[in-house]
Design a binder for this molecule. Structure first.
Ligand code: R5P
Length: 281
């Protein structure tokens, strides 16, 4: 077995190869003069783990090209971050179910697939091959343990993120809650933990994705008003568009960290060991 990756997941793929105690296939990436993507894979094995986060349209095309290049091998696909997964239903007439459109692309040359904290696990049914979604909640919790926070509150930004937050909190036996929005007037909204108090303690807001950082920045502002000593932001997929990292830091967030499903400077938690366990499993 060998591991091969697109450009978007090269660091995670190398960590995964180490965790699996196996080698990697070198790939040459370039573009044709008209801008179209080109790649050429080195020597393949009979069994290959193909790793590629769908961080954008080029990353998607590169992943499709790589799968095609791995023809003749038994291929296990790993999609650490699946972009387009948030459009998982038609919100108005005429819209696509983008998650379905993307998932359906992965069938030829693929034996099975693993996703990591996909935004809505229900979309797994759209994949053309057996697909399993894993959670790296334990890895995020293990990283939070290294911060040695005193009596932290693990907070999901909404009810939907609560299951993930509970998985994180279970690692340290920490308190866990989710934020609740209360509309105070036409223009004023209050956000506070539903059951517990954030006063005089550190709070770690955990979510699957930080995109613009808008949700967490607003929540952090209100948590400081409620007496939180420090607010941290953790997520699986650090999409971080439009200067989100700086926006969060400028808003007083003590630290922002994410996993290597999207490779960022703040990707301090690796999903490699959990992916390796799922592949062996
Ligand atoms: C949404 O449902 C996701 O779980 C995240 O909460 C959302 O993508 C975060 O977006 P932003 O960082 O732009 O507030």
């Amino acid at each position: 077995m060998k591991v091969i990756s697109t450009e978007s997941s090269q660091i995670l793929a190398a960590r995964l190869a180490t965790a699996l105690n196996t080698g990697m296939v070198d790939v040459k990436f370039s573009r044709f003069p008209d801008g179209e993507l080109y790649l050429a894979a080195g020597e393949l094995d009979d069994e290959t783990v193909i790793v590629g986060s769908v961080t954008g349209s080029d990353a998607l095309v590169q992943l499709l090209l790589l799968i095609d290049a791995c023809e003749g091998s038994e291929n296990h696909l790993v999609i650490p971050y699946m972009g387009y997964a948030r459009q998982d239903k038609k919100f108005k007439n005429g819209e696509p179910i983008s998650a379905r459109a993307i998932a359906r692309l992965f069938k030829d040359n693929v034996a099975d697939c693993i996703t990591v904290n996909i935004h809505e696990p229900d979309v797994l049914k759209y994949f053309g091959v057996p697909t399993k979604n894993i959670s790296v909640g334990k890895d995020v919790g293990a990283y939070i343990q290294t911060l040695h926070l005193k009596n932290p509150l693990i907070l999901a930004p909404d009810d939907g993120a609560m299951a993930f937050a509970e998985g994180v909190a279970a690692v340290g036996g920490w308190d866990c809650d989710h934020l609740e929005k209360t509309r105070l007037s036409g223009v004023e909204v209050k956000m506070a933990p539903k059951k517990l108090s954030a006063a005089s303690r550190p709070v770690v807001i955990v979510d699957d994705i930080i995109s613009t950082g808008g949700t967490i920045a607003t929540a952090a502002y209100m948590l400081y008003q409620q007496g939180a000593t420090d607010v941290y932001a953790a997520c699986v997929h650090g999409v971080l568009i439009g200067g989100a990292f700086v926006h969060l830091k400028a808003g007083g967030i003590r630290d922002v960290f994410c996993c290597d499903t999207v490779e960022r400077g703040c990707s301090r938690i690796s999903a490699a060991k959990s992916i390796a366990a799922a592949l062996k499993g």
